[in-house]
Design a protein around this ligand. Structure first.
Ligand SMILES: *Cc1c(COP(=O)(O)O)cnc(C)c1O
Length: 372
């Protein structure tokens, strides 16, 4: 039986990617690899919607988050972290590790922060050097108003740093147009690859901050990666096979067209929301993302996730921290398809029933079908 992954990272891999990953390794200090890196370099900008370089680390997404903190600030700088879930909290933890002065704006999990509220905070704290946000807060299935935040920060000496790890290539997002100054992402979500690549891109405005940063760094020294990428090179051994697979993943995305990709996930997320409500269930988020849907679980979601995984070979995600047992999350990003969702919901219905929740059978499937 095929295992169906409906988790917000890792996500399923397309067959073309699996095939590439099975090929023998090549050496990275060769013209062959340089050519690949050059192609990747140009194509990945189109996914971020930026003219800036996108740096590639051999790391998970958190490595790129750490690089975003360590390279653009000075010890003691005051920064604002918008904290509406597990990954917002991670920004605070990293900033504190690097001895930044962290002002936290705690948002109730499942809610977003309004542009107006951010404007108030900025007015009463004119010395803030950076605002850290999450595009899609994966732990709550919530999308944040990056465009609105960018408008506020455009003419200020303050950077907008965005965790687009789960949001990239599924959530509508335009790095340059929206004024996102430092953007990080990773390979194992919308990009349809295994984990192992972290990405970071920065704006012209962020260059000044990069020059004056005095925080310690070595592996994640952005200047080293920037200097190398300009000659299609990397400062250390890259995750060679993953970069080669990325070349293909970018072709798949760009062939489909980013606007079509955004539309696809908008529609898919609507289908999932309708399927959820057909089961008589409620969404957890008040600002639901189009990458992952969080649902208030009518049964212990730890049991639900386990039953689905062990008996039906379907992986969904549960809740984290205080939401443990309370919510479950279904992803619709990357290579996740309607077929996957259809089977996933078939077994979700079965598992919910087995755990004592009464539902109208096939109701969610009938809803999904309307969108397929
Ligand atoms: C998955 C995820 C991360 C963590 O990335 P790792 O690759 O596990 O380090 C960070 N932020 C968000 C929003 C995510 O979804």
């Amino acid at each position: 039986m095929r295992h169906i992954l409906l988790t917000p990272g890792p996500t399923p891999l397309p067959p073309e990617i699996l095939e590439i990953l099975s090929k023998p390794i090549i050496h990275h200090r060769t013209s062959e690899f340089k050519k690949i890196l050059n192609r990747v370099r140009e194509k990945i900008k189109k996914v971020f919607f930026t003219d800036s370089e996108v740096l590639i680390f051999a790391s998970s997404g958190t490595g790129a988050m750490e690089a975003a903190v360590a390279n653009f600030f000075k010890e003691g700088d005051k920064v604002l972290v918008i904290e509406g879930g597990k990954f917002g909290q991670r920004w605070s933890e990293i900033c504190k590790s690097f001895r930044l002065q962290v002002l936290k704006e705690e948002v109730e999990w499942g809610k977003s922060l309004s542009k107006e509220r951010l404007s108030e905070i900025l007015d009463s704290n004119p010395d803030i050097k950076g605002v850290f946000s999450t595009l899609c807060e994966t732990s709550t299935g919530t999308v944040f108003d990056i465009k609105g935040y960018g408008e506020l920060l455009k003419d200020k000496e303050c950077l907008l740093i965005v965790d687009a790890i789960s949001g990239l290539a599924s959530e509508v997002f335009y790095q340059d147009e929206w004024g996102a100054d430092v953007v990080v992402s990773a390979s194992q979500k919308g990009l349809m690859l295994p984990p192992g690549l972290g990405f970071l891109s920065f704006s012209k405005k962020a260059e000044k901050f990069l020059e004056s940063s005095d925080l310690p760094k070595y592996y994640f020294d952005v200047k080293k990666y920037y200097k190398s990428i300009l000659s299609d090179d990397t400062p250390f051994t890259p995750a060679i096979n993953l970069v080669i697979a990325l070349d293909k993943a970018l072709d798949i995305l760009l062939e489909e067209g980013m606007e079509n990709v955004f539309k696809k996930f908008e529609k898919m997320s609507q289908a999932v929301r309708k399927a959820i409500s057909a089961l008589g269930l409620k969404l957890f988020s008040e600002s639901p993302s189009q990458s992952v849907t969080a649902v208030i679980s009518p049964v212990d979601s730890v049991k639900l996730v386990n039953l689905l995984r062990t008996k039906y070979k379907v992986s969904i995600a549960g809740g984290q921290a205080h939401l443990k047992g309370k919510i479950f999350r279904v992803a619709h990003m990357g290579y996740i398809s309607y077929q996957d969702l259809f089977l996933g919901f078939l077994y979700l219905e079965k598992a919910l029933k087995e755990l004592g929740f009464e539902l109208k059978e096939l109701s969610s499937l009938n809803k999904l079908k309307e969108y397929m």
